[in-house]
Write a protein that binds this ligand. Structure first.
Ligand SMILES: C[S@@+](CC[C@H](N)C(=O)[O-])C[C@H]1O[C@@H](n2cnc3c(N)ncnc32)[C@H](O)[C@@H]1O
Length: 247
């Protein structure tokens, strides 16, 4: 496909990820995927490793794992790929074709995942999905069951002024006007849940800087629609954190 035809195909899709498809064509995703990639501290060399990307959507991180030499990558999703979310699988399919990728894919709900259904993987990516789970501890149990060695978990967290493990519940569309956002656990809760489901070592590898959280809290307080505004004192304690957890 030449660059002109590719641009037309790309324009038909609502993209989440920003994927470089070559020939100067970059998908116009709302997510700054290359920037997020840097925060994950994913090993540069994935040779001989098997990788599972849960909630892969357009597949940026699956394709990146393949690029880093993984011998097998399985991308899974359900909400968006099944048509109930705000996206589709069209982006993944087009990127897979254009990148000539051998990444495998399977439409499966997190809660349906098990070693019997998909096997186990050296490295599992669970990025931006935990807070979409109605049953987060159960979801982490499923994620742990297919993790042979390491999990990289990226998630929204909240309530970090409390030291005990707690979770903030977001009924309706309270968080970000998105009814699929259910929970904001604090860091202590994520760490405790990961240990509870079988990870022996849990590390924080990156999180937002204070100055960014401050700017975001001022912005949300000032510019969000009144119905979506939450107290500054709550928003300032929200964060995006990347955890590495090991069996
Ligand atoms: C915010 S996006 C994150 C996409 C990608 N992992 C990233 O970090 O850029 C959340 C993804 O989780 C998926 N998802 C939500 N609920 C799910 C479920 N129950 N089972 C599988 N995937 C789910 C959505 O379809 C969507 O692709």
């Amino acid at each position: 496909m030449d660059a002109c035809d590719l641009k037309k195909e790309v324009a038909k899709i609502k993209w989440w990820h920003t994927i470089d498809l070559g020939n100067g064509v970059i998908t116009p995703g709302v997510d700054n995927s290359p920037k997020k990639l840097k925060t994950l501290m994913m090993p540069e060399n994935l040779e001989d490793m098997t990788i599972l990307d849960i909630g892969a959507w357009d597949g940026f991180f699956s394709f990146e794992a393949e690029r880093r030499g993984a011998k097998r990558v399985l991308a899974t999703d359900w909400f968006c790929w099944g048509g109930d979310g705000c996206g589709t699988k069209a982006g993944f399919d087009l990127a897979q074709k254009i990148l000539n990728s051998k990444v495998e894919c399977k439409e499966i709900d997190v809660l349906e995942i098990s070693p019997q259904k998909i096997g186990t993987f050296d490295l599992v990516l669970f990025l931006g999905v935990l807070y979409h789970m109605r049953h987060p501890l159960l979801a982490l149990e499923k994620v742990s069951s297919v993790t042979a060695n390491q999990l990289i978990l990226e998630t929204h967290v909240s309530m970090n002024f409390i030291k005990q493990p707690v979770m903030r519940f977001y009924p309706g569309s309270e968080n970000n006007n998105d009814p699929s956002n259910w929970w904001g656990p604090n860091v202590a809760a994520v760490q405790a849940m990961l240990r509870d489901v079988g990870f022996k070592r849990v590390e924080i590898v990156s999180r937002w800087r204070f100055i960014y959280r401050l700017g975001r809290a001022v912005y949300c307080k000032t510019y969000r629609r009144k119905s979506e505004r939450r107290p500054f004192s709550e928003i300032i304690h929200e964060d995006r954190v990347v955890f590495h957890a090991f069996k």
